[in-house]
Design a protein around this ligand. Sequence first.
Ligand code: MTE
Length: 328
Amino acid sequence: MIIRTDRDGFVHPRSSEITSRGAYLQRRQWLAGLAAAGVAWASRDAWAQSAQRPGKLAPLPGKASTVAGATTMEKATSYEDVTSYNNFYEFGTDKSDPVAYAGKLKPRPWTVEVEGLVNKPGRFDLDALLKLAPMEERIYRLRCVEGWSMVIPWQGYSLAELIKRVEPQGSAKYVEFVTLADRQQMPGLRSNVLDWPYVEGLRLDEAQHPLALLAFGMYGEVLPNQNGAPVRLMVPWKYGFKSGKSIVKIRFVEQMPRTSWNLAAPQEYGFFSNVNPTVAHPRWSQATERRIGEGSGLFAKRRETLMFNGYEAQVGQLYAGMDLRKFY
Ligand code: MTE
């Protein structure tokens, strides 16, 4: 992000970006056909759970979500692309660093500490978190502030499920997310590109929106390390950097948290960071995006970026009356 001056300068054409859709997509199309044919959700789920998955990691099935906006018929990005083209600076700043170096990350045992202005703070073990609410499948667009996007099927449940169990107090206005910073496991921490740990935040009402997802898996399996194992946030209407990976602490606070990217470059990365094609980044336009897998370099097809990444109907109300140029 901040250390790149040419957003597409680091994008190298890779054969995987032009490979055809994988088994996962065939499954989605098949499911779409079933839906069109009026087949019941229950049998879709039964089929989905036995369907082919990448087969690389432990299975983590989820029922198709009924949350408004939680699915799309858009073609999902290939598993290979989603797991090899990453931003996870704790493992290095190149897109290929996370897949190369995240093998050292130990996603178990894992606990997430919930603290601050809540009636029921606590330490949640990963197994307890996995059982806290029914696992759902949600297919979200992820739009990176750098100008690329992906479509990813996630497994998880609304962050709101966890929030309601810890009972925020009236004074809690924001939620801060702190992610793992362990030099033994994360070679990228030797660089001072960001102030570690990586910290992100949401306003409480944003965090409570049903689309804000606590994600544990993708493509029907547990999260690969490079995508934020064992638990990350996925806030589909905001630029990707708002979705912290490998979360260890969730803190409820009264004041707007100082977040890593905002501290590093406040004029470039605001607290809200809602996807907004009409508000340019100071160094590039945000009007269009390159969908990973649809060509690269000179041949990259660019799509128009949608307001709130296409989730305006669901989340627009959260920002009613706000000047989105000022609160970028
Ligand atoms: N979380 C942590 N802890 N460290 C990071 O560097 N990068 C962010 C976000 N979460 C990042 C992070 C950015 S810039 C993006 S675009 C998304 O993760 C990328 O997620 P993906 O690699 O799973 O596509």
